[in-house]
Ligand binder design. Structure first.
Ligand code: PLP
Length: 457
């Protein structure tokens, strides 16, 4: 595990960085980038370098990073193995395209196919999670000759025209136009909605009944169900373990494919399992699995794994200019090797338990905290007002206070009222304790602010 302390030279170099650098860059950013490109913080920051679980901003401030650039810095910042692998590959050749054979790409595909649990698996590499889900939807709809798809309410699957069409979380869904006919089912949020009061078994039975009901209303063939095992952007919510096994029994009767979107839950982040689908293990593996984010530790890589029969169903040619490029595959191979050799999924389980226990204990003194949820190093903290309604202002205030205290966390949920905690999986116990302390203090400070005080979403 990488536990390298911050290099003192960095702190010194950045102590003299100009203040006001962020404000100037923000003005330029706003002038030339889309108005809908969301940034965190009232005064957005630029992160200029990182080491281990720490990052530094352009004005010289150091932070403990509990968000990893949206769950993407999976092992550690500046992991020497990844840096060396990328540098060595860059010295040889940066780019070739999928028109030519590539040893790093084939090696990585072999490893991921083996890890996926999917029999007779083939892998197609993309450059993002959006593109991976788009490819999965193309495969499923072509294989099944139907554009009808099931998705979960409160879901997020990407920003392209196709993936917006299966994104139930409307705050990230700017158009209702879609190439797909999507039917939304229950099950992504255990503690809210019409089934929240039920036991796990009854909740699952109610969701299955809802699925059957929706299928009864579908016109002809349905291609696939796409679902995140733990909803990421949705605020780290999920249904009970085993829900997808119960869904799968229904899907199998109709021949409907199950696409597990593991863009956030993959690679052991949930601690208990290498893939999120394994919390529903009685279902067996999904027909299609998509991944991205952590595998490249920040290199632009995503992909789809599917049974050969499904993967090979496309009749026309396809290429990817950048997908599985030598440089991203070399970096991802080194990253994955480090993760497995150092049992970082096991570390995620252990340090995640420390963090969750600290936060749950503190919640008793924090009336705004409705729920601490998630597993491993994927922990959500849902915030509400005195009436028990979502409190996005409190979440925004907590995010600001955490940053002021030296801690970066994320935010999510349909109303933006859940904090998302997802540090690199090499987090040490001392860092888990330190981060928990900072976050608890940030929550106390946010709770003391008048309700409705102005904070950005
Ligand atoms: N699927 C899930 C579950 C995600 O959380 C995301 C991004 O947050 C995506 C897909 C889209 O991935 P990307 O932003 O790499 O396109």
């Amino acid at each position: 595990m990488t536990t390298t302390p911050a290099h003192p030279a960095h702190a010194t170099a950045h102590a003299t960085a100009p203040t006001g650098a962020h404000a100037a860059l923000h003005a330029r950013h706003r002038a030339v980038t889309p108005a809908w490109l969301a940034t965190y913080y009232r005064e957005p920051i630029e992160l200029t370098h990182g080491e281990g679980r720490h990052v530094w901003d352009a004005e010289g401030r150091r932070y403990l990073d509990f968000f990893g650039g949206i769950l993407t810095t999976m092992t550690a910042h500046a992991l020497p193995e990844v840096t060396r692998a990328v540098a060595a590959q860059a010295e040889r050749i940066l780019h070739t395209s999928t028109l030519y054979l590539s040893t790093p790409m084939v090696e990585l595909a072999e490893q991921i196919a083996g890890l996926s649990g999917i029999p007779d698996a083939k892998v197609f590499f993309t450059t993002s999670g959006t593109e991976a889900n788009d490819a999965a939807l193309l495969l499923a709809t072509t294989h099944r000759r139907s554009n009808q798809v099931l998705a979960l309410r409160n879901s997020y699957h990407g920003r392209s025209f196709g993936t917006i069409g299966v994104t139930g979380n409307t705050s990230w869904s700017p158009t209702s136009l879609s190439p797909l006919q999507t039917l939304y089912v229950h099950g992504g949020v255990r503690t809210r909605g019409p089934f929240a009061h039920l036991s796990d078994a009854d909740f699952t039975a109610a969701c299955v009944a809802d699925l059957e009901d929706v299928l009864g209303q579908a016109e002809g063939t349905v291609a696939a169900l796409i679902a995140e095992p733990i909803q990421g952007v949705g605020g780290f919510t999920s249904g009970p373990d085993g829900l997808y096994a119960a869904f799968k029994r229904v899907l199998d009767r109709h021949g409907i494919l199950w696409i597990s979107d593991e863009v956030q839950t993959g690679w052991g982040r949930t601690g208990d399992h290498f893939w999120g689908w394994q919390a529903h293990a009685a279902a067996g593996p999904p027909d299609v699995l998509t991944f991205a984010k952590g595998v490249g530790n920040g290199l632009s890589m995503g992909g789809v794994v599917a049974r050969a029969e499904v993967m090979d169903c496309l009749g026309a040619n396809s290429i990817s200019t950048f997908g599985g490029s030598p440089i991203t595959a070399a970096g991802a191979l080194a990253n994955l090797r480090h993760l497995l050799d150092h049992d970082l999924p096991g570390n995620a389980r252990a340090t995640g338990a420390v963090l969750a226990a600290r936060l749950r204990a503190a919640a008793a003194e924090l009336p705004a905290v409705r729920e601490v949820r998630g597993r491993g190093l994927m922990i959500g903290v849902e915030l509400v007002d005195a009436a028990g309604d979502p409190a996005p202002q409190t979440a925004a205030a907590a995010l600001e206070h955490a940053r002021e205290l030296g801690l970066l966390v994320g935010k999510g949920g349909r109303q933006g009222n859940a904090l998302r905690i997802a540090p690199p999986l090499s987090l040490t116990t001392a860092e888990a304790e330190e981060g928990a302390g900072l976050l608890i203090e940030a929550l106390h400070r946010a709770g003391r602010e008048p309700a409705g005080s102005e904070r950005p979403r």
